[in-house]
Design a protein around this ligand. Sequence first.
Ligand code: C2E
Ligand code: MG
Ligand code: MG
Length: 636
Amino acid sequence: MATMAVAQRNYHRPRLVAAQLLSVALPGAFALFSHGGLEYGVMAVGALVLTFMIWRTALAHCLDVQEGIRKDQALNAQNQRFDAALNNMAQGLCMFDGDGRLLVCNRKYIELYGFSDDVVRPGIEFIDLLRHSVEVGNHSVADFDPLHDKFVEKMVSCESSTFLNELNDGRTIALSHQVMSSGGWVTTHEDVTERRHAEARIAHMARHDALTDLPNRAFFQERLREALVRIPARKQVAVLCLDLDRFKPVNDTLGHSVGDSILQQVAERLKECVRENDTVARIGGDEFAIIQSATFQPEAGKALAERIVSALGEPFYVGNQQISIGASVGISLGPQDSLDANQLLVNADLALYQAKAQGRGRYSFFVPAMDQQMQARRELEEDLRRAVVNGEFEVFYQPVINTHNEKIASFEALLRWNHPSKGMILPGNFIAAAEDIGLIVPVGEWTLRQACLEAAAWPKNIGISVNLSPIQFRVGGDLVRSVADALVVSGIDPERLEFEITEGVLLDETLETQTILGELRKLGVRFALDDFGTGYSSLSYLRSFPFNRIKIDQSFIRDIDTRSHALSIIRAVADLGTNLGMSITAEGIETAEQLEHVRSEGCSQAQGYHVGLPMDAEATSRLLEKSFPADDREAA
Ligand code: C2E
Ligand code: MG
Ligand code: MG
């Protein structure tokens, strides 16, 4: 025992144990040998053998003790490493035994939930841990039972799973739960709030327009499909497509930041026009669409369209600028017009097209005939493109006479389309389409050049008037260049060339339009305000731009015979024009009486079927030869 104790005490120094044993045994053995005699010799040897065996036993025990200590140390080191790993994890971790008692958890777990170290210790039961979670405010008291049931269901289930734990402070913790073979479970906890927010932001961005935060086209169609599936019996869903009337010129001239601000204000006004469960979306640049959710009243769509037209008809303010935009609306109804989301949108778009064709600030319901009209329109546009390539256009000329001597003063160039199968088509049937697809620009350029070239062969005192479309003013300096080219190529005096423009050109009053008009004026050409009296505020345009001539619209001339005040209007316009230094032409003179009337009311020039029909270039030359024989021309 004593030697064991010695070995235990000196376990890590076996040599010391040997030295201690020998220091006890050797003197005894030496004394016995020195005594002499066989029995003392045997006793001495026995003592040495016994000492040796004790030393061997002590040595074996010493090794055992050393081994045990080494194992303890290794286990300790491993535990420390395990603790370090556990506490340095980015995720929270906890482990429960089969009875639902906490075996181990890391620091992150305690921190993630704001638990108290004193409460959350190994041995705590799962249900108490959940109570503590409620105490520290992660969940409300009312959530306790449902949460408990949910957790228990997940934890005791044998399947591993991942689920989300929403905390009261708005954070979301993702829990991954793994069942252990020993019967307990281990769960990792990760704060995924940021990631979830980022995912939600990306998902939102994919379905919303960045500028207005309204649903985009894809999301709109998704919602429309859902709405169409759910329409209750005898109810309907209305789809409204709307387009801002004067947005493009505002955006082009006042800049994109002003345009952006207007689009945002439009979005706000639209949201105010609809009910909570309706959808307002931005489906294109200045195009918006609305789903008016199921309603019993067929008039609901009409009422909403009226609200929108009126709300967007009010002026917008950006900085201290007041801007008028206005909107047109097309409406289609499901299931009446279609139950297909795409088709309903197409139908609403067709109705919108119709509304815009009727003028600004209108709304229109889809009717099946619009489909055919659109088909016809597409064919017309195709035909027009071909006509430009094939040169199917021709310019006709209609004389304008001086009322005092009834001599020809000028001709108005009027475009004709010699369609290969439909015959001659008048401009009223194709100019609008050519404007819509931009073809009016090359067609207008061609007309101008052709008219100038023909006019070059006429007497030098005969003017030529060419109509200009508002669209020709929207494409930068091209118009100025083409006018200058036409003058150079034909060699006519710029004073002979007059452009007829309608209020439509001046309506937007953009800086660009004014610049173009100014540059054209510098070239020495003249301007006439065409169709005077058919617009809204002609008088203000007369003040803002120095026209050389006013052409009174033919509707006033027609009214002379039936309405007494028509003559007074003609007289007032003639007086006003004369005072402003502008000459007055009466359009649409069909009878000698009308000619007499306009002459006596002060119109200096007249144009109309009574004066002369529009005719081709050859007939024009013949008329001029007859009216101005060669001798007279020389004189002119
Ligand atoms: P506008 O400039 O007012 O031209 C006068 C229109 O009245 C012409 O119709 C002419 O034929 C018609 N007209 C002339 N006298 C009488 C009359 O006594 N009674 C009646 N009822 N009508 C008369 P047209 O040639 O069909 O042209 C229609 C419109 O098309 C023109 O109206 C003009 O705005 C536009 N247009 C014609 N040619 C061109 C062109 O080359 N470029 C552009 N942008 N527009 C053009
Ligand atoms: Mg005209
Ligand atoms: Mg006219």
